[in-house]
Design a protein around this ligand. Structure first.
Ligand code: TRP
Ligand code: SF4
Length: 333
């Protein structure tokens, strides 16, 4: 049976944190290993430019750090095509062509656009590229005629827009593009150390590369059940972010025991966190070994990207040939 193609991208934010690991990467690896899918995963570096156009100096390092983390969690270049968006210039061409058929009103009503513009007041986001963000994303996805796009719920409006743009292309020219499905992952809600969403910009992340004292200190600093102020107060594990992590890193029998001890105030938060720190360290051991390996073998990482770029380019060229013919802009001149 033909494999179903999956496409997903991530902006190059540098070292990844546990939110990326449990929210996206584990799912990417599962899809890769499922056997039913052909996976294309790429670094969305042009998307980073739509908001960070003024600070571009770190993007290169961020790309390599991120790809190292991808490889370390088990994304396997023998199974998945791993590439960098900006190395496939066809993304820019398809983006340009799609901008011609995308009504402005579709972009202006995009909830993510409105929210980000209101929230990120520190940056001037009144640029054309930022408004066009979802059109570039649509190009990324339909270029590979993806059947599915694994994303978090926040990205669903973008996939909806991609579907509408694909349908519009098919209607105006010729039926070339399947409308991709969002593949939503059921993920635990992992918060940062301070109880807000885990994000590099909030400085509240536990990174996939954190080990030893750094890791212990971060876990020790984590917010817990706010009602558990004193050691003798009973706690509510279901409201505690530390416990959410126990469910990911601690054996189920032990997790159940800890929940009981938390509720009866039989264990203090300090001890509960110590156990968690040790378990994260152990659970991340293999990932840490691979991170160290790739940091010492950067050329291998570059070669993996170059190979992925070649594979992606082959598909992208073919799609663009079809697109130009369908649009009757292949003039033969
Ligand atoms: N917008 C996505 C995000 O912020 C990144 C992205 C860019 C993407 N292009 C994509 C995701 C194509 C899936 C498919 O997470
Ligand atoms: Fe959270 Fe553990 Fe404290 Fe309970 S004992 S509130 S689960 S840190």
């Amino acid at each position: 049976m033909a494999l179903k193609r999956i496409v997903s991208g991530m902006r190059p934010t540098g070292k990844l944190h546990l939110g990326h690991l449990h929210g996206a990467l584990k799912n990417w690896v599962d899809l890769q290993n499922d056997g039913a899918y052909e996976c294309f995963y790429f670094v969305a570096d042009w998307h980073a430019l739509t908001s960070d156009y003024a600070e571009t100096g770190e993007i290169g390092d961020n790309i390599i750090d991120m790809v190292i983390d991808w490889l370390s969690v088990g994304l396997d270049p023998a199974k998945s095509t791993l590439f960098i968006q900006s190395n496939i210039k066809e993304h820019a061409e398809l983006f340009l062509l799609l901008t011609m058929i995308t009504p402005l009103s579709w972009l202006e009503r995009n909830p993510t656009y409105k929210e980000m513009k209101e929230e990120l007041t520190s940056k001037d986001l009144s640029n054309f590229g930022f408004l066009g963000y979802p059109v570039l994303q649509a190009a990324d996805i339909i270029m590979y005629k993806a059947y599915g796009v694994p994303v978090g719920v926040d990205q669903v409006p973008h996939i909806e827009l991609t579907r509408e743009i694909a349908r519009r292309f098919n209607f105006l020219y010729r039926e070339i593009f399947p409308a991709p499905e969002p593949l939503l992952t059921q993920v635990p809600k992992l918060l940062g150390i301070d109880g807000r969403k885990m994000s590099k910009s909030y400085d509240n992340s536990i990174f996939m590369s954190d080990t030893g004292d750094v890791l212990k200190q971060k876990v020790a600093a984590m917010f817990t059940d706010p009602q558990r102020q004193r050691r003798k107060d009973p706690g509510r594990p279901e409201l505690c972010n530390v416990f959410t992590l126990h469910e990911l890193y601690t054996a189920p029998e032990k997790t159940g025991e800890l929940a009981g001890q938390c509720r009866s105030a039989g264990i203090g938060c300090t001890d509960c966190k110590k156990i968690l720190g040790t378990n994260i360290q152990n659970g991340m051991n293999l990932i840490h070994e691979r991170q160290a390996y790739y940091r010492n073998h950067l050329q291998e990482v570059r070669d993996i990207i170059a190979d992925g770029d070649i594979r992606a380019t082959a598909v992208a060229r073919k799609t663009m040939d079809e697109v130009r013919v369908a649009m009757k802009i292949s003039y033969g001149l």
